[in-house]
Design a protein around this ligand. Structure first.
Ligand SMILES: [Zn+2]
Length: 397
C-alpha cells in the first residue's frame, strides 16, 4: 500500500496515503471476512530488502492504518480467513473462507505473443488481458451468477480478479478446481502443437460466447502479433491443422502470398471452408478448427493453481509494484480496452508535482478509487441482504 519510497519523503507519502483508499480497503476486507471476525484473516507484508512477514492480522481500521504506517510495507498480500487468528504455531488452523481469485499473467502468453517476452509488456499484448477480462467476467456473471467481482491491475504484466460473493468465498477446494477447469480450454505443454480440442458436438454456449468475444479483437491482435508473419510462425500454425490434405493446401497457398498475417488468415479461412464443402467426411475431425485456433491464440491463460489453492496469498489492490512503481489500480472490466499502460499511476508521478504525468495520474488514481468504492458498496449491500435473509430464515424456525 505505502511503498518503501516513504522513507525518502514522509510528507509526500502522507498525501499518497490520503488518496489511497485505506478505509475502503478495510471495508472490503471486513465484508470478505464475514461471518468470521476480521482478526482471523491472514495478511502478509513484504518490507524493504525483501523481508517477508506472514501471519499478520488486524482487528479494526485503526490497527490496519497503524500497521501500514509503522511497517511501510513494499507489498501487502491478502490471504485466507481461518477458524482462529492466523499464527505460525497453529498447525490445526482451518481455512474457512477466501475470495475466489484468478491470476492472469502475460508471461503465460509468451508462446503466442510476439511483441514482448517475459517481464516486458506493451499496449499490443495488453489486448490479451482485455480479452481475458471480458471472457472471465462474462462467465462469472452469466454462468455462475456472481455479482461482486473486483478487477485489479497486478502492477506489471497481468491482472487479478477477486470474487467476493458469499458463495464464492465459501467454495471448497473441489468447487474452486471445478470453476478453474471450466474456464480452462488450453491444455498441454510446450511440445504440444494443438492445445485446444472442442470435439464435433454442438459447442457449449460459454465457448460460443468466448469465441464471439475473441472475434471482436481478433483482426487487431493478429495484425499486432503477426501470428503467421514469418516462416517459423507459419510452420507452428500449420502444425495446428490435423488434416494432412488441408494442411498441404494451406501451406502451398500461404507460402506464396504476402507475409501479412491477416491476409494469410483470411486465405486460410477460405481454403478451410471450401475443403469442408468438398470433404464432408472431414467434418468430425476439423468442425471447429477455426474456433480452436482462435482460442489457442487469444483465450485466457489462467494460473489455475492460484484459483484452486484455497490459502494462496494475493497482492492487495492499490499495492505498488516494487520494480515498476505502478499502482495496482482497480479498473472496470468494460473499460479495460481503454486502459493504456503509460496512464497507470506510479508512486513516482503521484509524488512528483513537476512530473508531466502528475495531473493525469492523480485523476486516474481517483477513478480507480471510485471503481473500488463501487464494488465495496455493492458487496456491503449484498452482505446486508444475505444477513437479513439469514436472520429471517433463523426466525422461521
Ligand atoms: Zn507487447
Amino acid at each position: 500500500m505505502v511503498s518503501g519510497f516513504a522513507k525518502k519523503n514522509v510528507c509526500k507519502v502522507k498525501e499518497v496515503i490520503l488518496i489511497n483508499p485505506i478505509y475502503d480497503s478495510f471495508r472490503w476486507l471486513a465484508c470478505g471476512n464475514s461471518p468470521q471476525p476480521l482478526s482471523n484473516r491472514e495478511l502478509s507484508f513484504t518490507l524493504a530488502d525483501d523481508v517477508y512477514i506472514r501471519y499478520l492480522s488486524i482487528c479494526d481500521q485503526k490497527e490496519f492504518q497503524n500497521l501500514l504506517q509503522k511497517k511501510c510495507p513494499h507489498k501487502l498480500d491478502i490471504g485466507a480467513v481461518y477458524n482462529n487468528k492466523p499464527s505460525i504455531s497453529r498447525h490445526d488452523a482451518v481455512v474457512l473462507a477466501r475470495e475466489l481469485v484468478f491470476d492472469i499473467d502475460l508471461t503465460d502468453y509468451d508462446e503466442v505473443r510476439t511483441c514482448c517476452q517475459e517481464a516486458k509488456v506493451c499496449d499490443k499484448c495488453w489486448k490479451f488481458m482485455v480479452v481475458a477480462c471480458e471472457i472471465i467476467h462474462k462467465s462469472l456473471k452469466d454462468d455462475f451468477g456472481f455479482q461482486n467481482i473486483l478487477w485489479v491491475f497486478s502492477g506489471r504484466r497481468g491482472i487479478h480478479c477477486w470474487v467476493s460473493d458469499y458463495e464464492a468465498r465459501t467454495l471448497d477446494s473441489p468447487g474452486r478446481a471445478a470453476v478453474a477447469d471450466y474456464l480452462c480450454l488450453i491444455i498441454g505443454g510446450d511440445n504440444q502443437n494443438k492445445k485446444v480440442h472442442l470435439g464435433s458436438d454442438n459447442l457449449h454456449s460459454s465457448i460460443r460466447r468466448a469465441v464471439s468475444i475473441i472475434d471482436k479483437y481478433f483482426d487487431d491482435i493478429i495484425q499486432d502479433q503477426e501470428f503467421l508473419g514469418t516462416s517459423s510462425r507459419l510452420q507452428k500454425f500449420l502444425k495446428m491443422i490435423p488434416e494432412d490434405a488441408l494442411r498441404e493446401q494451406v501451406e502451398k497457398s500461404l507460402e506464396k502470398m504476402s507475409e501479412s498475417s491477416l491476409e494469410r488468415w483470411k486465405t486460410f479461412i477460405s481454403i478451410y471452408d471450401s475443403y469442408l464443402r468438398e470433404n464432408g467426411n472431414a467434418i468430425r475431425k476439423i468442425k471447429y478448427l477455426v474456433e480452436e485456433i482462435k482460442i489457442q491464440f487469444c483465450y485466457p491463460r489462467l494460473d489455475v493453481n492460484v484459483t484452486k489453492g484455497f490459502n494462496h496469498l494475493l497482492k492487495s489492490p492499490f499495492s505498488i509494484h516494487p520494480k515498476t512503481g505502478k499502482v495496482s489500480i482497480v479498473f472496470k472490466p468494460n473499460n479495460a480496452r481503454n486502459m493504456k499502460l503509460d496512464e497507470i499511476p506510479t508512486i513516482h508521478t503521484l509524488l512528483d508535482d513537476s512530473s508531466p504525468d502528475n495531473v493525469q495520474h492523480q485523476n486516474n488514481m481517483r477513478n480507480a478509487v471510485k471503481n473500488f468504492q463501487e464494488v465495496v458498496f455493492s458487496l456491503e449491500k449484498a452482505e446486508a441482504i444475505r444477513k437479513r435473509n439469514y436472520a429471517n430464515t433463523t426466525l422461521d424456525f
